[in-house]
Design a protein around this ligand. Sequence first.
Ligand code: DP6
Length: 325
Amino acid sequence: MKTTAITPSNIAFIKYWGKKDEALRLPENGSISMNLSNLLTTTTVEFSSQYKEDSVIINGVQEPNEGSRAIKHLDRIRKLANISDKAKVVTENNFPTGTGLSSSASGFAALTVAGAKAAGLNLSEKDLSILARQGSGSACRSIPDGFVEWIDGDTNETSYAISVYPENYWDIVDVVAVVSKDKKHVGSTQGHKLATTSPFFEKRLELINDKIKLVKKYLKERDFEKFGELIEEEALELHAIYLTSKPSLIYLLPGTLLVMHMVKKWREDGLPVYFTLNTGQDMHLICERKNASKVSALAEKINEVQKTIINFPSEGARIVSKSLF
Ligand code: DP6
C-alpha cells in the first residue's frame, strides 16, 4: 500500500547531545522540544515485489544506496513487518536541508510513519517514536503533538517521546532566520561522537536534569522571560561544547553571531525575544505570537539573513491522502 506522511521538524529547547548507545541512538540526556508548523517533510513510501531495489529520492535527487541511512531504516521496518519487498521512497522538504533546521528529525519521522503503515504495521505513537529514534534521535520528538519531552531511557523500549502539552497550549513562535543555505561541515551524527571530548560535557550532564525540571516549570507557568533566558543559555552551552570538542566544531558564521547580538539589542530596546540554535548556522528566534511579525521584519533587515520562516507550535506526524508518486 502506498502511504504518505507529513511531519514537522522540531526545535529543541533543551538539547540532545551525546549518545550512551550509538547503535540504538540512546541519548546521554532527555530533551524538550516544540514541533514547527512550517518546516515540513512529506514522504511517500511503497513496498512492492515489483521493485528490484530500494530507491530513495530526496528533493528530486536520487540518494546513493550505499551507506544510506534511509535504507537502513527501511530494513528496520521490513524486519518488524516481516516482509522482504523493496521500497520506493519519495520525500520533499519545504526548507533548507543540513543547515541546522533538523531535516533529519522531520525526515526520519516521516519515513517511519509512512513506511510503517505502508509495510502493513499498525504501531502506537510510542512504538513509532521508538522506531523513529533509531533513524535519527531527534526524529522521535516529531511524532507526538505540540510541546514534547524525549525521555532518555536506558533501553530501546524506554527511550521515546511524549507530548507534554498540545500545540495550542502556548502562543509562542519560532521565527527561523536562514543565515546560509550551505550545508554544515560536520553533521550531527558525527558531532555527537565528539561530545565527551569537551572538558565541559561532564559538567553539562551533572546539571542537565535540573535544567529539564526548570524548563518544564517555566513551560507550565508560561513564564516567557524565564523560559527564554534558560533556552538561550542552553543553546550557548551546546555551542560551548562544540567549540571545545577535539577537533573543535565551529558552526557559528558571521551572520549567526550578528543575529545573536541583534537579539540582545532588541531585548534591551524592550522586545522580548530569545534565540536558540542547533548544529548549524541558522537561528531560531523565539518570541510571543503578538511579536512574531515584528521579529521577522527586524531579522529580515539584517543583510546576512536570507529569509525568515514563521513557525507556530504544531501537531506531530500525520498520514495524509495525497501522494508524491
Ligand atoms: C543539536 O537527532 O540530528 O539538534 O541521532 O545522530 O541523527 P542523530 O542526531 P540528531 O541530533 C540533533 C542534535 C541537536 C539537538 C536536538 O535536536 O535535540
